[in-house]
Structure formats: C-alpha cells, structure tokens
Design a protein around this ligand. Structure first.
Ligand SMILES: Cc1cc2nc3c(=O)[nH]c(=O)nc-3n(C[C@H](O)[C@H](O)[C@H](O)COP(=O)(O)OP(=O)(O)OC[C@H]3O[C@@H](n4cnc5c(N)ncnc54)[C@H](O)[C@@H]3O)c2cc1C
Length: 262
C-alpha cells in the first residue's frame, strides 16, 4: 500500500505549514503558560479560508473532505502548535459536520457562513457528568414550549466554552423510560451560547492549556425550534461522530482545492 501524499495533499500541507510558520515556539510557549485562547491563530486560518475546509462551497467553504481536514490538523500539530493549535480549530470543523450533513439550506446559510468567516466560534456539548461513553443515558432535558425548547442540565469537559458564541448540543426530548427504541429520544440543536442561562466553570487539566475545558450548568436555556437540526428524537444519529461517506467531498469539483491553495 502506498501511503505517500498526492500532489494535492502535499500542497495542502505546504499551505498550512506556511500559516503555522507565523506562530513559532515562543507563541505557543506563552499560550501554554498563560492559557489565553489563540484568537490570532484562529483568525489567521479563518482569513485564509481554512475553517471551511470541508464545508460546501455554496456557504463559503472549500468543498474538500474530512481527509483533507485531518491532514490540516496533522500538519498543525506537527508544526509545534500541538494539540493547542489543532483544538483551537477542530471544534469548528469536525464538530460542526452535523450542520453540514443534517442542516436545512436555511440553517447551513445561517450557521456555517459566520463560522467559516471566523466571526462565530462553536463548542459542542455531548458529555455529561457520569455519562461519558454511555451516550444513551444523557439526561440534559429539552422541553418543547410552543415555538421554542427550554434546556436544563449539566455538561462536562466541554472544550472552548469560555470563548464560544455558539453551541452544538445533544439533549433529551423524550424520557428514556418512555422509549421503545433507546437510541431515539435525543435531539440535536445548534444555538446561541447564552451566558445568562449557562454557567461555565473551567476545569484544570494537564496539557492543552490554551484551549479551555469546562463544566456547564444550563438552566432554562431558550432554543428556538429553527435551531433544531433534523428531526426531533433523531439526534443520536446526527451527532458529531457521524460522517456519512457521501459528505466526504463534493464530487467532480477540481476547483475546490484551488480556493485554498492559490
Ligand atoms: C480534554 C478533554 C476535552 C473534551 N472535550 C469535549 C467536548 O468538547 N465536548 C464533549 O461533549 N465532550 C468532550 N470531552 C469528553 C470526552 O468525549 C469523554 O471524556 C469521553 O467520551 C469519555 O467519557 P468519560 O470521560 O465519562 O469516560 P467513561 O465513559 O467513564 O469511560 C471511562 C473508561 O471506562 C471505559 N468504558 C466505559 N464504558 C465501557 C463499557 N461499556 N465497556 C468497557 N469499557 C468501558 C472507557 O473505555 C474508559 O477507559 C472531552 C474530554 C477531555 C478529557
């Protein structure tokens, strides 16, 4: 099996390396010491179009695939930026794939464009205290109230919640005991990170200090119905871990990479 990079893959690595070269060891050492979010690193990649690496071109993305996004992350980590550099960006790229796959045209236009431009920053909130890998037991509740939902509950280990303006969140719309199919009953929302309704407490951890990890206490967060992605109760099938093969890359578009590489 040949593991060498194609010409296009090598060009992607070269272009990413060029941006990373502007942020040397001193920059990352300072971030690691102070724990400040690397906003200028994030802005540099947004300005060059890379935050939309695997998002559709019609919403301002480059229309490449998850493989190309992974190459970008690998190159960033290798540059000396490590996990701090990769995690500064990856929440907004891989974490937001459910919007790309399951969002309506209106949602994609509204949600993806500001992310790609770097004006919005998003976190994703799945994990809960005592409910890590056992996702079917998630407890955070979303109760329908007319044309909105009210969300309450706790999430833990949520990266970038200190700086996020948006949140992708998985919450329970039907109690577990009322379900015949335990994989139903969870719904996915992409909505404003309203700090009046969400208390954010940072968790001290080893490593990746510049990219914060947090516990969230959510109390009556109002989420408009139009911020729900896909059908109610089908959120587990639409989470950040779901990437359908059809969405890996826009087929037959040789121009897509050129937007980033020229
Ligand atoms: C730095 C950091 C950043 C994170 N960022 C985010 C984020 O942005 N958003 C988010 O939603 N989450 C985030 N997470 C949470 C992460 O996804 C969870 O930690 C992960 O899902 C595991 O959950 P847990 O920690 O509760 O471990 P647990 O589920 O308690 O698992 C602990 C151990 O038990 C094992 N185990 C669990 N269940 C079984 C089983 N049934 N059979 C056999 N072994 C089992 C696991 O393999 C593991 O070794 C982050 C975590 C960290 C540490």
């Amino acid at each position: 099996m040949d593991f060498s990079f194609s010409a296009e893959q090598q060009a992607i690595r070269d272009a990413v390396e060029k941006i990373c070269a502007r942020f040397g060891d001193d920059y990352w050492l300072a971030k690691d010491r102070d724990g400040d979010f690397p906003h200028d690193f994030h802005r540099a990649f947004a300005e060059a179009g890379w935050l939309g690496v695997c998002m559709p071109q019609e919403y301002g993305g480059a229309g490449l695939g998850v493989t190309e996004a992974a190459l970008m992350m690998q190159t960033i980590a290798e540059s000396g930026a490590g996990m701090s550099g990769a995690s500064t960006l990856h929440m907004n790229i891989f974490g937001l794939n459910p919007v790309v796959v399951f969002g309506s045209d209106e949602q994609k236009r509204r949600m993806l464009s500001p992310l790609i431009a770097g004006t919005d920053k998003a976190c994703f909130a799945v994990t809960e205290p005592n409910v890590g890998l056992d996702t079917l037991k998630l407890k955070t509740k979303a109760t329908r109230d007319g044309d909105r939902y009210l969300l309450s509950g706790q999430k833990i280990w949520i990266s970038t919640a200190q700086v996020a303006s948006k949140m992708l969140i998985l919450a329970r719309t039907t109690p577990l005991e009322e379900l015949t199919e335990p994989t139903d009953g969870l719904s996915l929302f992409y909505t404003d990170f309203d700090r009046r309704r969400i208390e954010v407490r940072e968790i001290e951890k080893m490593g990746r200090k510049a990219v914060d990890s947090n516990q969230l206490f959510i109390d009556g967060l109002e989420v408009p119905v139009e911020d729900r992605l896909g059908e109610e109760g089908r959120g587990l099938r639409q989470g950040p871990h779901r990437v359908r093969p059809a969405d890996r890359r826009e087929p037959g578009d040789p121009a897509s990479a050129r937007r980033l590489l020229d």
